[in-house]
Design a protein around this ligand. Structure first.
Ligand SMILES: *[C@@H]1O[C@H](CO)[C@@H](O)[C@H](O)[C@H]1NC(C)=O
Ligand SMILES: *[C@@H]1O[C@H](CO)[C@@H](O)[C@H](O)[C@H]1NC(C)=O
Length: 781
């Protein structure tokens, strides 16, 4: 998010200077909380907790002058001393733990660190929605505790739910992967955990929040810096179809099902309009169609970027007016505080535009309790330093790491390793003693680390060699020979290689999918010299083409550990030595290296186009060769599926007046518009029995894919349901799922209209296939 211009560096620097200069006396010098006893406004209606939030917001906004209001339109919002309202820094982050990327969070003093959970791409690999929510709850406890202590805000600009469209994207690690359904479920679960709403809903309800989450970056943002194209200048050319059934899906689910209190618009343009200045994307879609109850914030300096870098408007007042009118409520950056007043004076914006924005932001602050006096006397007021890095949270971090590890290859059950025959294990590779690498980006200061070397060392005696001086691993002076010697002396070799933030990061997209520099050479030389089995562990967010290792006779097993968080090394060792049976699955397709030659990163299209030799993107549209497919992941046991219940026919009721629309299409190609049916309760029940036919207990995620009847520009297949279960060896568990017909069995037409194809939909569940015939009811044709 942090923009690498001088302007913003200066801005951040100033924020840090102003916060750190007072850090010693932070708690003491903290401004009085709005509406606390003795505050000048304590008796005014906006302080009255018995009134509905809406009435309190109206009262407060009505008391402010225009000058006061415009200074509240930015992340570093000014206070209103005459009303006892302190300034507020809106920018906090909590992607996978409380993070200090946002200036409102400060570690130190009573809060030296916070639990650093696995990076999101790793948690996504667990395919366990309850885990996602539990992590959110743990993070919100820690953030509230830090807020109570004056070291964090309550508005978290997390999670990042952009679809991981291209394997090169440096920020793909922050996302739940390439599938819109998984991303949406992740978004809803994590947001629910972070926000933990309470206090009732409805117009007189209080609709309270523990924290306010923010799904970002809306929309079609997934290019940072690739071959001279950067996100500040990129115009994403996106079809209505892809926008509707790929890019916007997680955001819609985040708002509609997760009830997120905020959405962040992105830097890039979408079809020629900066997303933060597009009334169709913001006001009409997020607020109008999805019904956001919350605020829309710009990515940091976006408003400045669309004026200064994109030259979208010819003067700054138009940039301010365009974004406010489009539906932007808060600017991360100084721009709206600088230019909104003159925009009103020049007749480009109105006081009504300002009030509308402020009404949305203040309502969220009120729902968070920021106008209810001292936090210590409110719900969550008891949370403090003991709730941060608690043993429960740290144990959850290890558990999440275990659940996110994916076993990619396990030739002849080489894993788990038994410690009984091993005197020493060589632990080799540039990530073998990784610490900060394990927490990925948008992290904070963790409670502590367990590196892979330490984790493995708890099971066996180790000999350690880095093999490469850095992850980039370039140049002559790489200690490869020493690594080869170590492997020769040991009974088994564990190599921990992959990427880090020097290779994939914000503002750093990759150009190649291969291991960096001489890492592959290292792996090959070490494997050749190893006495016993070689186990390859990959630490990385985006996929790597490891075809050479998949095909290598001496590399017996491959694990993808993503960026597994503060205790990742313990989880890796638990999997390698069999204390934990892996059950993670890949949340993205692992493409071969030549994919990046065929596909420019700047081409947004999801759908393949054979006339242009364009192979398409993600398992939903791409049909070429893969290194590992989406959903791949092995276990130390074997599962089988059988169908316990699934209809063979399912009726889709059609609103009578819309009959013509249905009848007029070709018979082979009939669809029902989602808006022409009654979606409520339109769920296909699917009950699957999962049997563990192996010898070890294990967890398994049932993935249900659906392929539509032919003749539509729908995805070839789409994940429509998934559920993770634990199954003891030799036993069977029934998994009960439902397919939401309107959401899961529909696709977007070229006009971006959701339609449900009528005819035979083929479900695939592991080795099973099952056909469900959808027919339109209330029609005779
Ligand atoms: C199928 O229907 C869509 C509209 O619903 C139309 O655009 C498309 O051309 C039709 N395809 C065929 C093969 O009839
Ligand atoms: C999902 O994660 C939670 C939290 O770790 C755990 O309690 C539960 O057992 C997991 N589900 C499965 C099926 O493993």
């Amino acid at each position: 998010m942090a923009k690498s211009t001088l302007l913003l560096h200066l801005h951040i620097l100033l924020l840090f200077i102003s916060s750190s200069s007072s850090s010693a006396a932070a708690a003491a010098s903290r401004p009085a909380f709005a509406c606390a006893t003795g505050s000048p406004a304590a008796s005014l209606p906006f302080c009255r907790t018995s009134l509905p939030i809406r009435a309190r917001v109206r009262d407060l906004v009505g008391r402010l002058t225009r000058e006061e209001k415009v200074k509240m339109l930015v992340n570093n919002a000014a206070g209103v001393p005459r009303l006892g309202i302190a300034g507020y820094e809106w920018w906090s982050e909590a992607l996978h733990g409380v993070s200090n990327v946002g200036p409102a969070v400060r570690f130190g003093g009573a809060f030296p660190g916070a639990t650093s959970f696995p990076q999101v791409i790793s948690s996504a690999a667990s395919f366990n929605a309850s885990l996602w929510e539990l992590i959110g709850i743990a993070v919100s406890d820690e953030a509230r505790a830090m807020y109570n202590g004056g070291q964090a805000g309550l508005t978290m600009w997390s999670p990042n739910v952009n679809v991981f469209r291209d394997p090169r994207w440096g920020r793909g690690q922050e996302t739940p992967g390439e599938d819109p359904t998984v991303s949406g479920r992740y978004a809803a679960a994590y947001v629910r955990g972070l926000q933990q709403p309470y206090g009732g809903k409805g117009s007189h309800g209080h609709n309270r929040l523990k924290l306010a989450a923010c799904c970002k970056h809306y929309t079609a943002y997934d290019l940072d810096n690739w071959k001279g194209v950067d996100r500040f200048h990129f115009n994403a050319v996106v079809s209505k179809q892809d926008l509707e059934d790929t890019f916007n899906v997680p955001f819609k689910t985040c708002v509609v099902e997760g009830k997120a209190a905020s959405i962040m618009c992105s830097y890039n343009q979408v079809n020629g309009i900066p997303s933060c200045a597009d009334p169709d994307l913001l006001r009409n879609t997020i607020r109008g169609q999805w019904g956001l109850n919350g605020y829309i914030v710009s990515d940091c300096d976006s408003v400045g970027v669309l004026y200064n870098d994109q030259h979208y408007t010819s003067n700054p007042e138009d940039a301010a007016a365009d974004t406010l009118k489009a539906g932007l409520d808060l600017d991360c950056g100084p721009f709206l505080a600088q230019y909104t007043e003159s925009a009103v004076q020049k007749g480009k914006a109105t006081d009504g535009d300002i009030d509308s924005a402020l009404t949305h932001t203040v309502a969220v602050q009120m729902r968070l309790g920021m106008y209810d006096g001292e936090p210590s006397q409110q719900p969550f007021g008891n949370l403090g330093p003991n709730d941060v890095c608690s043993s429960t949270h740290q144990e959850l971090a290890v558990e999440a790491a275990r659940q996110g590890i994916v076993l990619l290859k396990n030739h002849k059950r080489a894993l788990p390793l038994s410690t009984t025959n091993l005197r020493t294990v060589a632990v080799i590779g540039p990530n073998s003693d990784a610490t900060v690498t394990m927490i990925g980006n948008y992290a904070g200061v963790p409670c502590g680390y367990t590196s892979p070397l330490e984790g493995i060392g708890k099971y066996v005696k180790t000999i350690h060699q880095m093999g490469c001086t850095t992850v980039a691993c370039t140049g002559e002076n790489q200690p490869i020979d020493a690594a080869v010697d170590a492997a020769r002396k040991a009974d088994a070799t564990i190599m921990v290689v992959g990427l880090d933030q020097s290779i994939e990061a914000e503002m750093r997209d990759r150009e190649s999918l291969l291991l960096p520099g001489r890492q592959q050479e290292l792996v090959l030389k070490v494997a050749a010299a190893s006495q016993g089995p070689t186990i390859l562990v990959l630490l990385c967010g985006g996929p790597i083409d490891v075809t050479f290792a998949e095909n290598h006779r001496k590399i017996k097993a491959i694990l993808w550990a993503g960026y597994p968080g503060q205790a990742g090394g313990a989880a890796i060792a638990d999997v390698i030595f069999g204390a934990y049976n892996p059950g993670g699955k890949l949340p993205v397709t692992w493409y071969p290296e030549d994919y990046v030659e065929k596909v420019p990163m700047t081409t947004m299209a999801m759908r393949a186009d054979s006339s242009k030799r364009y192979p398409g993107r993600s398992y939903r549209f791409y049909t070429g060769p893969v290194v590992y497919p989406f959903g791949h992941g092995l276990s130390y046991t074997t599962f089988s599926h059988s169908l316990a219940r699934a209809p063979v026919e399912f009726a889709v009721p059609v609103n009578g007046r819309r009959r013509a629309d249905y009848i007029n299409s070709a018979e082979s190609n009939r669809t029902v518009r989602v808006t022409h049916t009654r979606c409520d309760g339109l769920h296909v029940p699917i009950h699957v029995d999962v049997k563990n036919v192996g010898e070890r207990d294990g967890t398994h995620t049932v993935l249900v894919y659906s392929s539509p009847p032919t003749g539509h520009s729908a995805p070839a297949k789409q994940l429509v349901a998934f559920e993770k279960v634990h199954v003891a060896a030799g036993s069977q568990v029934r998994v009960i799922m439902g397919i939401d017909v309107c959401r899961d069995l529909s696709f977007a037409s070229v006009e971006g209209i959701r339609r449900i194809p009528i005819g035979d939909h083929s479900l695939q569940i592991g080795e099973l296939t099952h056909s469900i015939s959808l027919r339109a009811e209330g029609l005779r044709v």
